[in-house]
Write a protein that binds this ligand. Structure first.
Ligand code: PEP
Ligand code: MN
Length: 344
């Protein structure tokens, strides 16, 4: 980190700043100009914020050389992290597909969709039990009853399950959940992230719809700093000025994240587009961009879905898509993850 001091800064205050910084364990590299001094801060600057420095009277500007995230940084861990969900691998060349309805609605719906996506080749089953809805009058999910149905579908098919947590008080209910999802609206719920850092479960962290990649990586860092390094990042579309789609899929996020971090990166084309006809092209784009997987909403009767029917594929559409995915993934140098039944 480089700190440029103000011209003719008060010598006493400069001395105080230098002492504070050495007291924090940094080595200082001073470059004294005619009027200005530049301090090069040598050491781990991840726990120093720019704001803290700007609050000092003598500081003119601050430039961070190193990213503020450590554990998520590829510099610290050059090889890809592979998240292993009971044998289903995401990352390190292994491409996994998570599929299922937006929301868990009924037992027959859940079992039927689970069996369908399994026979098409999905490795993981999704379904929301606690739903973050924009309107308090919309279907809010079945809650703990939904989790029970999801677990029944897991038992029936052997597919590991992925579902969203909205508050930490629910964590006990997630004991048999294989991957805990943090949705776009909770990406910066730091207390939730800290608690998930204490768990041993893989976490699917979705990018906030108005957050930068650095903010996404800092949220991953919260989980990792707590000791849980099993984090899968998910780009699910961001807010832009475009209104013809639900969100704009930031496909550039994939190669950029793969450069900055060793964590696996997946794409959610369903929430990105909000329209079923776009799910296939966006899935293909995800594979070509180097994603480690996709998460796709599938419903046995999208017209009657209680949530996100417009973007949900029918099982037949999903099956057709999976046939293309299976052919495309090897072309881009990855292999499809194996289906590994979980029996818990
Ligand atoms: C979801 O995956 O069910 C969901 C609510 O997605 P997002 O948080 O990306 O809107
Ligand atoms: Mn949805």
């Amino acid at each position: 980190m480089i700190i440029v001091l103000k011209n003719n800064a008060d010598a006493q205050k400069v001395e105080e700043l230098k002492q504070t910084l050495t007291g924090k364990g940094f080595k200082l590299h001073l470059s004294q100009g005619e009027n200005t001094t530049i301090i090069g801060l040598i050491g781990d600057t991840s726990n120093i914020s720019e704001d803290w420095l700007y609050a000092k009277d003598v500081v003119d500007s601050v430039k961070r050389i190193k990213e503020p995230y450590k554990k998520a940084n590829r510099d610290m861990h050059p090889s890809d992290t592979v998240v292993d969900i009971g044998g289903v691998k995401i990352g390190g060349g292994s491409f996994a597909v998570i599929a299922g309805p937006c929301s868990v609605e009924t037992r027959p719906q859940m079992i039927e969709v689970a069996e369908d996506v399994k026979s098409s080749g999905a490795q993981l089953l999704r379904g929301g039990a606690f739903k973050p809805r924009t309107s308090p009058y919309s279907f809010q999910g079945l809650g703990s009853e939904g989790l029970k149905l999801l677990k029944e579908a897991k038992k029936a098919t052997g597919l590991p399950i992925v579902t969203e947590i909205m508050q930490i008080g629910h964590l006990d209910l997630f004991e048999d959940v294989d991957v805990i999802q943090v949705g776009t609206r909770n990406m910066q719920n730091f207390e939730l992230l800290k608690e998930l850092g204490k768990t041993k479960k893989p976490i699917l962290l979705k990018r906030g719809m108005a957050n930068t990649l650095e903010e996404l990586l800092m949220s991953a860092e919260y989980i990792m700093a707590g000791g849980n390094e099993q984090v899968i990042l998910c780009e699910r579309g961001i807010r832009t000025f475009e209104t013809s789609m639900r969100n704009t899929l930031d496909i550039s996020a994939v190669p950029m994240l793969k450069k900055k971090t060793h964590l696996p990166v997946i794409i959610d084309p369903s929430h990105a587009a909000g329209l079923k006809f776009m799910v296939e092209p966006l899935t293909m784009a995800a594979i070509a961009a180097g994603a480690d997987g996709v998460m796709i909403e599938v419903h046995n009767n999208p017209e009657k879905a209680l949530c996100d029917g417009m973007q949900s594929l029918t099982p037949k559409m999903f099956d057709d898509l999976m046939n293309k995915v299976k052919k495309t993934v090897p072309f881009f140098g990855k292999t499809m993850a194996a289906q590994v039944p979980v029996n818990r």
